[in-house]
Design a protein around this ligand. Structure first.
Ligand SMILES: Nc1nc2c(c(=O)[nH]1)N(C=O)[C@@H](CNc1ccc(C(=O)N[C@@H](CCC(=O)O)C(=O)O)cc1)CN2
Ligand SMILES: Nc1ncnc2c1ncn2[C@@H]1O[C@H](COP(=O)(O)OP(=O)(O)OP(=O)(O)O)[C@@H](O)[C@H]1O
Length: 205
């Protein structure tokens, strides 16, 4: 990564663009195979195996696929929470009731998301999670995570900390997205684990 010069905010934009270009170039087969491997790695994580409630999300496009993982969790009797993006970029939550209970949503200038169709549980629902699975574009050796820039998960992590909740934050990535050093801003909060199709990385945070 040679984009860490300049302000952290400008640095992030350049890194994001490069990372998204690599994802865009993945083949459909690569995306499908990675999703199956990711589900296996995630289900093998002790914190996930012990969890009763997991906050997750529905992958879209070339994100590391989560649908196989969502169904595996649900089959094991885990309560799975899914985010619903609010107008202010904060996150509300609903329960995963299976692939048939997801709706595709679209907001101006934003990628299409798949969100739970049922009851909204409120922003605080995430406080019940034992593990929070986060989307991201990269993570560095300190556990500093880069997202798409909405700041939604920065707010979730801040909310958890403010409430004294201590679920394990786990980012789901492709292997090449675990990097040496990312630009960091004061509101960024580190994750403790990254899962890729190839394996698990643990960070000091
Ligand atoms: N699958 C999935 N669900 C998710 C997220 C995610 O990253 N992936 N989120 C993660 O927070 C939340 C939604 N936040 C989002 C933030 C930005 C964009 C988005 O479309 N960003 C544009 C760039 C927009 C800009 O530059 O202003 C893009 O990525 O092309 C979408 C969702 C909750 N649900
Ligand atoms: N705790 C917070 N409360 C309110 N707004 C916040 C908070 N943390 C971050 N933000 C806002 O979110 C914006 C985007 O942050 P950043 O670029 O770090 O997003 P990101 O971590 O890449 O995205 P995401 O968390 O959605 O994956 C910040 O510029 C800031 O305005």
């Amino acid at each position: 990564m040679d984009h860490v010069a300049g302000t952290a905010h400008d640095g992030k934009r350049a890194v994001r663009r490069d990372l998204l270009a690599v994802r865009a170039a993945l083949s459909d087969d690569e995306v499908t195979e990675a999703a199956a491997a990711l589900a296996g790695q995630a289900m093998g994580l002790p914190e996930v195996a012990a969890a009763r409630t997991v906050a997750a999300y529905v992958s879209v496009g070339h994100e590391p696929g989560t649908l196989a993982l969502l169904d595996a969790l649900r089959e094991r009797g885990v309560r799975v929470l899914l985010p619903v993006l609010r107008e202010d970029d904060d996150l509300d939550w609903g329960t995963y009731e299976g692939p048939g209970a997801l709706v595709e949503t679209e907001r101006a200038g934003r990628m299409r998301l798949r969100e739970p169709a049922g009851e909204r549980l409120g922003r605080e629902a995430v406080l019940a999670a034992d593990v929070v699975l986060l989307p991201g574009l990269a993570v560095d050796a300190r556990g500093v995570r880069m997202g798409r820039g909405g700041g939604s998960y920065d707010r979730v992590l801040a909310r958890l900390a403010a409430a004294g909740a201590d679920p394990v934050p786990v980012v789901l990535l492709y292997g090449h997205e675990v990097v040496g050093e990312l630009p960091v801003e004061p509101h960024d909060r580190p994750v403790r684990v990254a899962i890729t199709p190839e394996g698990v990385h643990r960070f000091p945070g």
